[in-house]
Write a protein that binds this ligand. Structure first.
Ligand code: DAK
Length: 257
């Protein structure tokens, strides 16, 4: 499949999706979001793909939704057309693990797309922010919600109300990103994580992802109860049998699906 606004590369069982609109700092146009959605559909349907990396360029992961496309829309158009529709949530609905490898600007919708991924590995030049307030709007793809869950109310409120950008080191300290690495080793580090994940039992990986996401939706008692049920269900898989046999036999487990 060929795309206009992204590049897709398969590295073994890892699918790397690179946002690629260099002239507009990877601004997330409708065309780009359509491409991203299509690529995720393919990666999710492909049994050989066990982990996905979404990345951008060294200068920009994505500098937000495409402001030029937004410009001139009336309330009625925005509301009735569902302005930039449901494909914005496609990453969030992906059942396979998705890592955001972020260098440069991750602003507005760019920060929101990164936050929809399962975790963010940031280059030391990464910059995060929700500057929508400066455009006379509010974040519209989960920025106020996911940022608040990630960094807490005080910092989220400050970032959203002032439109201030946050550098990688502050983003790591605040819990928005999992790890900061030197720019030159960003992809190597993201690949290492993706390949580790890809080597594990895929049902367990998908269940674990689902459970961590559940923690963001439900209370502790309910979450722990759901976790217990899913834990027990692992004992119905051949992966648990293989994983524990391999440990006992002091060999590497072989998880082929
Ligand atoms: N949209 C369109 N073009 C953009 C862009 C953007 N967001 N960001 C940058 N560009 C373009 C610039 O216009 C410029 O184009 P030319 O003039 O060369 O043709 C080119 O990229 C290079 O940008 P700069 O010359 O400005 O580069 P600098 O290094 O000087 O500055 C910057 C980089 C990132 C600080 C600056 O470009 C900037 O402030 N960009 C805008 C950042 C921003 O405000 N982002 C938030 C946009 S609003 C929703 C889903 C999503 C959203 C809402 C709802 N639903 C599902 C309902 C999201 C909304 C947003 O993201």
């Amino acid at each position: 499949m060929t795309y206009e606004n992204i590049k897709v590369e398969q590295r073994g069982s890892v699918c790397i999706i690179e946002l690629h609109r260099p002239k507009a700092l990877n601004a997330l146009s409708q065309g780009l979001m359509n491409d991203l959605t299509a690529a995720l559909d393919v990666a999710e349907a492909d049994l050989a793909t066990r982990a996905i990396i979404v990345t951008g360029s060294e200068k920009a992961f994505a500098a937000g939704a495409d402001i030029i496309e937004f410009q001139g829309k009336s309330f009625s158009e925005a509301f009735r057309q569902g302005l930039i529709t449901a494909n914005w949530e496609r990453i969030d609905r992906c059942r396979k693990p998705v890592i955001a490898a972020v260098a440069g600007f991750a602003l507005g919708g760019g920060c929101e797309v990164a936050m929809m991924c399962d975790f963010i590995i940031a280059a030391d030049n990464a910059v995060f922010g929700q500057p929508e307030i400066k455009l006379g709007i509010v974040p519209g793809a989960g920025g106020t919600q996911r940022l608040t869950r990630a960094v807490g109310k005080a910092k989220a409120m400050e970032l959203v109300l002032t439109g201030r950008n946050m550098k990688a080191e502050e983003a790591e300290r605040s819990g928005l990103v999992a790890r900061v690495v030197p720019l030159e080793s960003l992809m190597e580090e993201a690949l290492k994580s993706a390949e580790a994940i890809a080597s594990y039992a895929q049902p367990a990986v998908m269940m674990a992802k689902d459970l961590v996401k559940t923690a963001q939706q439900v209370g502790l008692d309910e979450g722990v109860k759901i976790e217990r049920r899913v834990f027990h269900s692992c004992f119905g898989t051949q992966h648990q049998v293989e994983g524990m046999a391999a440990f006992a036999e002091k060999r590497k487990p072989e998880f082929d699906d």
